[in-house]
Each structure stands twice: as C-alpha cells, then as structure tokens.
Design a protein around this ligand. Sequence first.
Ligand SMILES: Cc1cc2nc3c(=O)[nH]c(=O)nc-3n(C[C@H](O)[C@H](O)[C@H](O)COP(=O)(O)O)c2cc1C
Length: 446
Amino acid sequence: MKVMVGVSGGIAAYKAAEVVRALQKHALEVRVTMTDSARQFIQPLTFAALTGHKVITSLWPAPDGESGDSDASIEHIAEAQWADALVVAPATANTLAKFAHGLADDFLTTMYLATTAPVLVAPAMNVNMWEHPATQANLETLRQRGVRVIEPGAGYLACGMVGAGRLADPEYIASAVLNALGRSHDLAGEVVLITAGGTREALDPVRFLGNRSSGKMGYALAEAAQSRGARVILISAPSALYPPAHVELVKVTTADEMRAAVLSRMPEATVIVKSAAVADYRPSIVADQKLKRTGPMTIEFLPTEDILAEVVRQRRPGQLIVGFAAETQNPLENGRAKLLKKGVDAIVVNDVSRVGIGFDSDQNGATFLTATTAIDLPEMSKRKMADRVLDEVVGLRRPQSLLVELSVAELSGEALPSKSQTASSDQGSEFVVKAAASSRRQIIIE
Ligand SMILES: Cc1cc2nc3c(=O)[nH]c(=O)nc-3n(C[C@H](O)[C@H](O)[C@H](O)COP(=O)(O)O)c2cc1C
C-alpha cells in the first residue's frame, strides 16, 4: 500500500524522517511532499534517499536550467490518485488552517483537496498555538470532514514551554496510518522468528540433496508479521525470493546451520514459526571431489537433529511455537500426532499431494491444528494464508480463560487451591489459578 507523507514547516520536520522509516518498516511504499517552509528545516535529499523517489516540493516544474528536485506538472492529481493514504507529519497550524478552509496554494494543500484517500494529520506546534481557538476550530472542522487527527503529546517543547504540542511518536503515527488503511497492528511488541526455504545437504562439491520448498510460505509469513507490527527474524534456507525489506535475514544452507541459527536467535523470540522444509537425513560422508559415474552407488544417510524438538525443550515461558507439517497422506491424523509428539502449540498441516497447492505454488490450503481445535484454511494465496495463520497465532496469544479438569497432582503437586495462585504446566508455561471447585476438581485458568 502507498502512503504520501506531507511535511510542513515546523521544528519537528526532522522527525518526519523517522515517520517515513516507521511506515516503511510496515512494508508501505512511501513518497514525500514538502512545503516551502519545511525546506527551511530539512532538505528534500533526506527523504529522497530514504524513499528512493523524488520529493515533490512545488506545484510547478523547476525552471529551465535549474536542477531542482521537484518535477510537478499535474502531479497533484496523479499523486492524489496514487496514494492510499495521506499523512501530514508534522502538520503546522498554518497547514491545518489551509486544509480547513480549502486553500490550495502549494502541492500539499492542493493534493489534500484532490485526494479521496484517508487523510491523517499529526500536529506539532507551540502549546499556545495548539490551544488557540482558531487552531482548535480548524481541527474540529477537519475531524467533522473525516480527517483523523493524531493528537500531539504533552511535554517539554522546542520553544522552551511545557504543554501539548509535541509530535506524536513515529511508531504511533505509523500504526494510525495502518489502522486507516484497514491494516491490523496486532503483533506490535512481538518478536516473530520464522524459518523458511528448503535446506540442502551436500553429497560432493557440486551436488546436494534438497527438497522442493521455495520459501514462499515463510517469506509471506515474514512480510505479514512485519506489516502487523512484529519485529521479524527470518532464518532462510536457500530460496530464490527477495526477503521483505526490514526483516532481519539470517541465511543458512544445511539443517545443521539452520539448527544453530534457530537456537542462537530463539531467546529473542516471543513467537516461533517453523515453516522451513528441513532435511531429515544427510549423507554420512561428503565426498571431497566430484563423484564420478562408476556404476551403481549406495549412499548412507544419517538422521539430522530434530530442531523442533530442541526448540520445544529450550522454550521459555510465554514463547509460542507453531510448526508446519507437509503430509502426503492422512494429513490431519499425522499432523495431530506430530503436534502431540513434539509438544508444540499449533501445527499448520499442508496436504502437499493436492494439485496446485503447497511446494513452489503461490496457493496453499491447510488446516491449523491445536490440541483441541482444527481450523480449515481453504485454498488461498500464500500471502493471505500467512495472515490467516497469524490471525490464529494472535488468538492463541490472547489471555484466555479455560475451564479444565485436572488432577490435583498435575498442578505441581500443590493441594487444590482455593484462591488465585500461579501454577505451571509441564511445558513451562505459567498460568494463574483463579478459582477452584474442589469437589469436581475443575479449575479456571487464565
Ligand atoms: C523556527 C521556527 C519554528 C517553527 N515551528 C513551528 C511549529 O512547530 N509548528 C507550527 O505550526 N509552526 C511553526 N513555525 C511557523 C511556520 O513555519 C509557519 O507558520 C509557516 O508559514 C508554515 O508553513 P507551512 O504550513 O506551509 O509549512 C515555526 C517557525 C519558525 C521560524
């Protein structure tokens, strides 16, 4: 999705660079327009370098012979149609007044009138300017016309006064834009570690044993998680894909390298999604030289380490683990068996024997399995599937009240509690026992 950032001439104009970065982190394409006054505070070059696009600073083309950074012609109309949202940060009292009264004497104000996309303004100014009835009346007019006002924060202002008028936090502005675009920001604060691609085990210097995984599902998950506000660590086995911008990419080749990378980065993660296709076996000997054709050949294979099992063993309380299973027969039975055996929170089961979905395809169809539920995710694009999987992850992250029936011994050997106390499951996750009905050994946990 595409966002135009309007920068007007306030002291907080330099913070617009951080706003641009925050928007880009959520996989939004950003362009910038600046008012004349904004150029007194920060150079267009900063935004051109950040966005990779020219910065529009005027309604008018640069005069002949001048190497201006602007090139305007009738771009206010084209850009108004291009943008899925317009956000002005910082928005000066002057620009707010012009918006409210329909003045259109520069690119930003003209584009504001020409666009039908959602408009957001993040005002920043001296506290007296902010509280002035004229400014407040203009804001009220804009609100009534559907403009979203991202309220400034209070605190010490550049003018030396204390009060309301500080530009809102760039991340907060980005999340308001995402909301306006209808994009959810429900993974903010999470660190999601995703594995992707298919590992390769060398047979000799030129050959390897690989698999048909393209990495498309894992890369789609990385993009989706990032755009929903998560910090993403993508540990990728070989893949022909470009990683989404701003994810932390760790490249690996073999199952062993994948294992080392996952175990070293997993302490940072709050959610671990293992969508890579990791080799189960590797050749016991890797030839130093290219193997020659000498008749029939037998190669011995040794099992690789079970990374998922190690991840489960090393998980810390609160870490959520989601595995992927590619099955060619009895997908649900095999998937549930894997879930129970490995002790993960959920498994996404793909029936890769179905035509047109799974390996190397842009489509996927799967079932999201937990210990108690099976959610059908019918055939859809892998990008959509990524969002559906993350919807379920978000559901699992939410604190839940459950009524469960356990033996007293299962609660760390404690006597059945009569009031709130903390207990822990055998997987290390903690929960609070809120109440107990002692006669029926039922408890409510959160
Ligand atoms: C040093 C300095 C700092 C300023 N800071 C702000 C500010 O933070 N907020 C604001 O609304 N106006 C501020 N102004 C006033 C605007 O720059 C002025 O109203 C200008 O006309 C805004 O033009 P624009 O809305 O087209 O960018 C400042 C002016 C100066 C000289």
